[in-house]
Design a protein around this ligand. Structure first.
Ligand code: HAM
Length: 418
């Protein structure tokens, strides 16, 4: 019993070596892209009060209904939940830290980290996964900040996947349009609801818009005949959506309008969008986002609009496969004692640490192995040079590519460049 091994939880990943570098370098590239748009980095807690997600992501979302990781209550008066996404926590942070009072609008934030959803693990579906995203805030978000977010979502993903992607978007309308549209959907679906799936029955009460992206084939047939949002948009809504589409098209971003795209979180209003890699449909959307005009007020803040997106970084990298090339640094020096003598080994230790303090990377092998094994290790690590510490403590630099050797004094070694 006691000695049984313990495995990682289902739907989680260990990121080791090259795999870790893929994530780190992808996040670095995406962050640099976001910094080019003037974003400020933000980090929020991995867990928040459960009520935050209930009041934002929403009661009708699958995330809140079935997928939250709720933490055991240790006698505190509050319940906590692991974040299933970032937007709610960031809006909370903007309110709590009064960031909305800044005169420099829009506020632009970039973030990345792990999020948690209790889903059935499968291709592109993890329980702990990584998101990277941005959120913009303004009293009233103009079409330009909105188009910037969509553009950043597209260009960032393209930097990782190195190919054309599909940006699908829809416009859910302002408050009035959405309210009218919801009423029309309730009227329409009420006639069929007895024959629809249980989730749709709940959605009709909680958020009828969500019926539009039901995946059950029979329900999809009924959705085809449902009223269309475009017939409910005000002139102002239409003008905003048209401007966003126009500037994106003029920037050569291939967009496709899909009037059934509603997204699975309750807070969206106006623009919503998703990015897919047509070459890796098995991963689903590699990113998605949209505008949320009422969320900040709903969470106790001022009346400020937000828009943002998140990628699933695991999906981006899964879809990219070899299209995303990483750079793995190899050690500058492989420092090897050539004799199994303590003096020689101590010299190797001290030289390696001196090289490191000069800014080089230096690696030593385990001293228990022979010289042959150590050279093999140097090759596997991709080292170009070895520093040999001979039995008489003299030094040689061995070029591991040319296989040539040159004598060198310690003074020369520590003085010269790489
Ligand atoms: P979301 O669509 O729920 O939106 O998630 C964003 C992305 O996370 C998805 O497009 C997908 O790539 C990835 N993802 C979702 N679930 C999983 C999973 N189980 N395993 C791996 N990857 C997954 C949001 O989270 C919103 N907060 C986006 C947003 C930001 N909207 C406005 N601002």
């Amino acid at each position: 019993m006691g000695n049984q091994s313990i495995n990682k939880p289902r739907g989680t990943l260990d990121l080791i070596g090259k795999n870790y570098w893929r994530y780190k370098q992808a996040i670095d590239i995406l962050t640099e892209n976001a910094l080019n748009y003037g974003c400020t980095p933000i980090q929020v807690p991995v867990f928040e009060e459960s009520g935050l997600f209930l009041r934002s992501v929403g009661k009708s979302s699958d995330i809140v209904r079935k997928q939250t990781f709720d933490l055991a209550n240790k006698g505190s008066a509050k319940d906590y939940t692991l974040r299933p996404e970032f937007t709610a926590g960031i809006v909370r942070a903007v309110i709590e830290n009064k960031l909305y009072a800044s005169p420099d609008l829009p506020l632009r934030f970039v973030y990345s980290g792990t999020v948690y959803r209790y889903e059935r693990p499968g291709t592109g579906r993890l329980r702990e996964f990584r998101q990277f995203g941005v959120e913009f805030f303004d009293t009233k978000l103009d079409f330009s900040s909105q188009a910037e977010v969509l553009m950043m979502a597209y260009t960032g993903a393209k930097k990782i996947l190195n190919r054309e992607l599909l940006l699908t978007l829809n416009y859910l309308g302002g408050n009035q349009a959405r309210a009218n549209y919801k009423t029309a959907l309730i009227d329409y679906f009420s006639k069929f609801i007895d024959h629809m799936c249980d989730d749709c029955k709940d959605r009709l009460k909680l958020n009828p818009l969500r019926i539009l992206d039901c995946k059950v084939p029979e329900d999809q047939q009924l959705v085809k005949g449902a009223p269309k949002i475009e017939n409910f948009l005000s002139d102002e809504d239409k003008a905003e959506f048209d401007s966003i589409k126009r500037v994106l098209q003029d920037s050569n971003i291939p967009i496709k309008v899909d009037d059934r795209l509603v997204r699975g979180l309750d807070y969206y209003t106006g623009t919503v969008f998703e990015i897919e890699d047509p070459q890796s449909p098995e991963f689903g959307a590699v990113g998605g986002g949209g505008k949320y005009a009422g969320l900040m007020e709903q969470l106790g803040g001022p009346n400020m609009e937000g828009i943002g997106f998140s990628y699933g970084v695991d999906r981006l990298l899964g879809a990219a496969k070899d299209a995303f090339q990483i750079h793995v640094a190899t050690p500058d020096f492989f420092v090897m004692p050539m004799a199994k003598k303590r003096e020689c080994q101590e010299k190797a230790f001290l030289l390696a640490s001196k090289l490191r303090s000069l800014g080089y990377s230096a690696v030593t092998p385990t001293f228990s192995k022979g010289v042959g094994g150590a050279f093999k290790m140097a090759d596997r690590l991709g080292c170009l040079k070895a520093l040999l510490v001979n039995e008489d403590l003299s030094l040689e630099v061995k070029d591991l590519v040319q296989r040539s050797q040159t004598k060198i004094t310690e003074e020369e070694l520590l003085k010269r460049g790489k």
